[in-house]
Ligand binder design. Structure first.
Ligand code: TXA
Ligand code: MG
Length: 342
């Protein structure tokens, strides 16, 4: 695996991007930064290239991929129709952390869409991602660049941990900003539906589409989620994650109980709670008053503790306002147990 280091990217960015684009045109897979998480890219029109993504990640083949584009013309080449609401959302939020589901014209390889009649597309805002897309001059399928089931990568080191030796290259652009994946919105229905909460919040979407709905499968965990990826175990740290819903006193009582029971416990918490704890293994994700900061540090916190050293990771719950909806969606999926006060 060739790694183009961040320091090199700054000084010789064009060369790294040229080489990455050449590999992608040659049907190889290359990891690159986006503003959300690192993506594992491959030519979305090539069945062979896309198969290499599934092989490298160990990803189930019934879970479709997001196609990334560098300009609007590439969207037209992939869809039968651009619904008016999709046009409005593209105008407002692209480039950025919003994926839209369109009716597919099947120009994307069959394994990108897992045989569905729809195709998910987004235009990332990260300048390196955009440059790679424009230089490659093809739409690129790109799931998060982690082994399937692991926390998504927000740093090139996370990609190296998971995929070194399994892919052709990694473009290191430093840490990503948003930290959680894009929001997925289905635009093929009468009323658009949020299938996955992410970097663009429901409140943001309501500015443009006041009647946007949330997939009921997200709320009740019952039934078949429409976004196929939502049914798999995801984002799991090495040790079991216990998610605590309650006030700070309740959290402290749970922590003390586990310590008394001689469990080796690590904590993931806000700065506010972390500051109240007299304990060795505490990672703060940022202030609970600034959820975008928490989102930015979440996945690296989930990757931090090694199973040989820690029996249980005790994690604070956050507000579901704004990007908090995405944070809590990921934590609920990562958790093996929920401990609720009320
Ligand atoms: O921020 C992101 O979206 C990152 C970066 C790399 O762009 N990518 C990402 O891709 O998160 P991935 O493959 O890890 O997640 C794709 C999600 C899955 O939940 C999948 O089920 C859903 O999008 N999806 C893909 N195609 C779909 C479709 N046609 N209909 C409904 N959901 C779809
Ligand atoms: Mg993923």
């Amino acid at each position: 695996t060739k790694v183009w280091k961040h320091s090199t990217i700054i000084h010789e960015q064009n060369l790294a991007i040229e080489e990455a684009a050449a590999l992608l045109r040659d049907q190889q897979v290359v990891a690159f930064p986006t503003e959300t998480v690192y993506g594992l890219g491959a030519d979305a029109t090539s069945e062979l290239a896309v198969q290499r993504i599934f092989d490298a990640k160990g990803r189930p083949s019934d879970n479709p991929l997001i196609v990334h584009v560098g300009d609007r013309k590439q969207v037209e080449q992939l869809v039968t129709d651009i619904p008016p609401v999709a046009k409005q959302l593209m105008d407002k939020f692209w480039p950025g952390p919003l994926t839209l589901v369109f009716p597919s014209n099947h120009a994307a390889a069959e394994n990108v869409t897992a045989g569905l009649d729809t195709v998910a597309i987004r235009m990332p805002s990260d300048p390196i991602a955009l440059e790679i897309l424009l230089k490659t001059d093809r739409p690129l399928a790109a799931p998060s660049a982690n082994r399937s089931g692991r926390p998504s990568p927000t740093d090139a080191d996370h990609v190296i941990q998971d995929l070194d030796g399994r892919i052709a290259g990694i473009v290191d652009g430093g840490p990503t900003g948003v930290g959680v994946e894009s929001t997925v919105v289905d635009c093929t229905t009468e009323i658009p539906v949020i299938l996955r909460p992410g970097g663009v919040t429901k409140e943001d979407l309501q500015q443009v589409v006041p009647n946007v709905m949330v997939d009921p499968a997200l709320a009740n965990q019952e039934g078949q989620p429409k976004s196929p990826g939502m049914k798999y175990t995801h984002y799991a740290p090495e040790s079991p994650l216990w998610l605590v819903e309650g006030d700070d006193e309740f959290f402290k009582s749970q922590l003390h109980q586990l310590i008394e029971d001689e469990q080796r416990v690590a904590v993931i918490a806000s700065r506010e709670l972390a500051g109240q704890l007299d304990h060795d293994n505490v990672t703060s994700c940022g202030s609970r008053e600034r959820l975008s900061e928490v989102a930015g540090h979440l996945y690296s916190a989930l990757r931090y503790y090694k199973k040989a050293e820690i029996d249980i990771i005790l994690c604070e719950s956050f507000s579901e306002k704004g990007v908090g909806a995405a944070i809590m969606n990921r934590l609920r999926k990562a958790a093996t147990q929920k401990i609720t006060q009320y």
